[in-house]
Design a protein around this ligand. Structure first.
Ligand SMILES: *[C@@H]1O[C@H](CO)[C@@H](O)[C@H](O)[C@H]1NC(C)=O
Ligand SMILES: *[C@@H]1O[C@H](CO)[C@@H](O)[C@H](O)[C@H]1NC(C)=O
Ligand SMILES: *[C@@H]1O[C@H](CO)[C@@H](O)[C@H](O)[C@H]1NC(C)=O
Ligand SMILES: *[C@@H]1O[C@H](CO)[C@@H](O)[C@H](O)[C@H]1NC(C)=O
Ligand SMILES: *[C@@H]1O[C@H](CO)[C@@H](O)[C@H](O)[C@H]1NC(C)=O
Ligand SMILES: *[C@@H]1O[C@H](CO)[C@@H](O)[C@H](O)[C@H]1NC(C)=O
Length: 504
C-alpha cells in the first residue's frame, strides 16, 4: 500500500513535469477542429509500424507501443517530429498493456494517434465469414477494452474499427461482410456514449475498391445515427506517376475527389494510406523509385481536395524487410513502402538494436509537410456546413440491414465502463499501475467472470499478425504502379546520413 502511494506521487509528479497539453480534436460536420483554438485540424500523418528486420518481433500486428518497447518507439520520436507529422496511425494495440509513456511522448512531440480497435487474430477483427458470423463476439469486448484504455488521452484523435475488411470479402461483394463492420461500429459508438469520458470519433478504413458504394454504406443509417461511422478512411494508391508535376497531372486523384463530392459526403474523410510506389520516381543517392510526395502537397494545399479530405497519412514510416526485397532496399520493390529502413540487416530490437535510416523520400515527405504547415484553415465559427452535406448518405440496397440478423455479440454483456477517475489522464497513470499489479481493477463482482473470459480469449489470439494487406490494390480509377526493377549493388549509407543531417 505504502509503495503504491509513493508510486502514485511519483507518477503524478512525472506527469505534471513532463506533460505539454495537446487539446482534444473534435468532429464538426465533415471536418476536424481543435477544441481549444476552434481552428480546423488538418492531418499530416504517417502510418507507424516500426517492425524490426529480424527475430521474434519481425511479425505483423504486434503492439510495439507499450512501455515494454520503449527502446523501439523512443528512438523514433525525433524522426517523427522531424517529419513534421501531427498524426501517427497504429494498426494494432493490446489494451492490456500500458501505453502511458508512448502516448505522452507523442503528446510532447505534438502528435495525435489514430488507434485500431481490431487487430489480426481469428477473433480480433471482422473475419472472412459471411454475415453475421464475420463479427466474432470477442471482438466487441476487445474494442471496448481499447476504448477504455485509450479514451483518457487527449491525443487519441480517433478510433478505427477495421482496416480493409472489404479485402476479406469475395471480389466485388463487399456486402459479404460489411454489415459485420457496420454492426461493430454501432456497438462501439453505443459503448462510447454509455460510458463517461471524452467523445472520440469512431470510424473505419476501407481499401479503395467499390469506392462510392462503401463510402455511402458507412455513412448511412438504417435504425438511427449509431449505424454511421463518425469518420471515414480510405487506403488509396492512385496516380503513381513520377512525372506528374501539378495536380492537373493526377487524374486518379481528381477522380477520387469527384467521387466524394458526388456523394455530398457529410463526415470527415482521411486518406489513411497514401503515397503509391512506382519506378517512375527518380533514383536519388542510389535509391530507386524515391517518391516526391507531391500527392501530400496536393492533398493539403489544393482547395478542392481540402473540401473533400481532412488530410492524409503517408504509407509508411519504415520498410518491412520481410516484404520489401533486398537489404538495404536500394532497388525498387513494389512493397518497399517505408520512407526509411532499419540497420543493421539482422537487427531484431532484442539482441541487436535497430537504427533508423531516413531515405530520400523521407526528406521529400518532410518538406511537403513542413511547407504545408501554414495552409489556410477555417475556424469553427466560420464553418457553414452546406445544406447538401448536412445529412447522411442513402444506404445502397445491396447490403442487408443489420437488424435483420441475430448477432452473437448482442448476447455478450458489455465490458464495464472505466472507473470515473480513470477517465482523467493524470490519474490514468495511477490506474495503470494498479492494473499491472492486480490485473483489472474496480470491476463489480458480476463482471469478473466476463473479464476472466475476455483475458482467455485474448490469450487465444497469440498469433498476432498485422491486419492490413500486403499488396496495396491500385484502384481502377488510377494509374497502375510499375513492377520491381533490376537490382543495383549496395552503396554506402553515408550518402543519406549526410542528407538526413542536413535536414535535421
Ligand atoms: C485535455 O484537454 C482538456 C480540454 O482542453 C484540458 O482541460 C486538459 O487539461 C487536458 N489534459 C491534459 C492531460 O493535457
Ligand atoms: C469544445 O468542446 C466543448 C464540449 O464539447 C464545446 O462546448 C465547445 O464549443 C468546444 N469548443 C470549441 C472551440 O470547439
Ligand atoms: C539473443 O541472444 C541470446 C543469447 O545469445 C540467444 O539465446 C537468443 O536466441 C537471441 N535471440 C534472438 C531473437 O536472436
Ligand atoms: C496482451 O498483453 C497481455 C498482458 O501482458 C498478455 O498476457 C497477452 O498475451 C497479450 N495479448 C496478445 C495478443 O499478445
Ligand atoms: C448532392 O447534392 C446535390 C445538390 O443538392 C443534389 O442535386 C444531388 O442529388 C446530391 N447527391 C446525392 C448523392 O445525394
Ligand atoms: C508558418 O508560419 C509561422 C508563423 O507565422 C512561420 O514562422 C513559419 O515560417 C511559416 N512556415 C512556412 C513553411 O511558411
Amino acid at each position: 500500500m505504502r509503495r503504491f502511494v509513493f508510486l502514485r506521487l511519483l507518477l503524478l509528479l512525472w506527469h505534471v513535469t513532463t506533460s505539454s497539453a495537446l487539446p482534444p480534436i473534435e468532429v464538426h460536420g465533415y471536418k476536424f477542429f481543435d477544441n481549444n483554438t476552434g481552428e480546423e485540424f488538418v492531418v499530416r500523418g504517417i502510418d507507424y509500424y516500426p517492425r524490426p528486420n529480424y527475430g521474434d518481433l519481425n511479425h505483423n500486428s504486434l503492439d510495439l507501443f507499450s512501455n515494454q518497447y520503449r527502446h523501439i518507439w523512443e528512438r523514433d520520436v525525433v524522426y517523427l517530429q522531424n517529419l513534421k507529422v501531427n498524426v501517427v496511425r497504429l494498426y494494432a494495440v493490446n489494451a492490456s498493456q500500458n501505453h502511458d509513456d508512448f502516448m505522452h511522448a507523442m503528446e510532447k512531440a505534438g502528435i495525435y494517434v489514430i488507434v485500431a480497435l481490431a487487430h489480426d487474430c481469428p477473433t480480433c477483427a471482422i473475419t472472412r465469414d459471411a454475415v453475421p458470423d464475420c463479427y466474432p463476439p470477442e471482438l466487441k469486448l476487445q474494442g471496448q477494452r481499447v476504448i477504455r484504455a485509450f479514451r483518457q488521452y487527449n491525443n487519441t484523435l480517433a478510433f478505427s474499427a477495421g482496416n480493409e475488411v472489404n479485402h476479406f470479402a469475395p471480389p466485388n461483394q463487399p456486402e459479404w461482410n460489411a454489415p459485420c463492420q457496420k454492426k461493430f461500429i454501432r456497438d462501439m459508438r453505443k459503448y462510447m456514449v454509455a460510458c463517461p469520458g471524452r467523445h472520440i470519433p469512431i470510424g473505419l478504413v476501407s481499401a479503395d475498391n467499390e469506392r462510392e458504394n462503401l463510402a455511402q454504406y458507412y455513412n448511412c443509417y438504417e435504425q438511427d445515427d449509431y449505424d454511421r461511422a463518425e469518420w471515414y478512411g480510405i487506403n488509396t494508391y492512385v496516380s503513381c506517376d513520377g512525372a506528374a508535376k501539378t495536380y492537373s497531372d493526377a487524374p486518379g486523384f481528381k477522380l477520387l475527389e469527384e467521387s466524394f463530392a458526388r456523394l455530398n459526403y457529410s463526415i470527415p474523410v482521411l486518406l489513411t494510406e497514401f503515397g503509391c510506389l512506382s519506378d517512375s520516381f527518380p533514383t536519388i543517392d542510389g535509391y530507386e523509385g524515391q517518391r516526391n510526395f507531391l500527392q501530400g502537397k496536393w492533398l493539403l494545399e489544393e482547395p478542392s481536395l481540402r473540401e473533400q479530405f481532412s488530410g492524409g497519412i503517408a504509407f509508411e514510416y519504415s520498410i518491412e524487410r520481410e516484404n520489401a526485397g533486398q537489404y538495404p532496399f536500394k532497388t525498387f520493390n513494389k512493397q518497399g513502402y517505408g520512407v526509411g529502413y532499419f540497420s543493421p540487416e539482422l537487427c531484431d530490437d532484442i539482441n541487436v538494436t535497430c537504427e533508423y535510416n531516413p531515405m530520400p523520400s523521407y526528406k521529400a515527405l518532410r518538406n511537403v509537410y513542413a511547407e504545408s504547415q501554414n495552409v489556410t484553415t477555417i475556424r469553427i465559427e466560420d464553418f457553414q456546413i452546406a445544406a447538401s452535406r448536412s445529412g447522411s448518405s442513402h444506404c445502397p440496397t445491396r447490403f442487408d440491414r443489420i437488424d435483420s440478423f441475430v448477432w452473437k455479440a448482442d448476447q455478450t454483456p458489455d465490458l464495464v465502463c472505466a472507473a470515473e477517475d480513470e477517465t482523467s489522464a493524470s490519474i490514468g497513470h495511477q490506474q495503470s499501475v494498479i492494473a499491472r499489479e492486480t490485473g483489472f481493477t474496480k470491476l463489480s463482482g458480476g463482471n469478473v467472470a466476463l473479464v476472466v473470459s475476455s483475458l482467455l480469449i485474448l490469450g487465444i489470439g497469440v498469433y498476432y499478425k498485422r491486419w492490413r494487406h500486403e499488396t496495396p490494390i491500385t484502384s481502377n480509377n488510377g494509374d497502375e504502379d510499375a513492377g520491381p526493377d533490376d537490382s543495383v549493388p549496395f552503396l554506402s549509407l553515408q550518402g543519406f546520413k549526410d542528407n538526413y543531417n542536413s535536414i535535421a
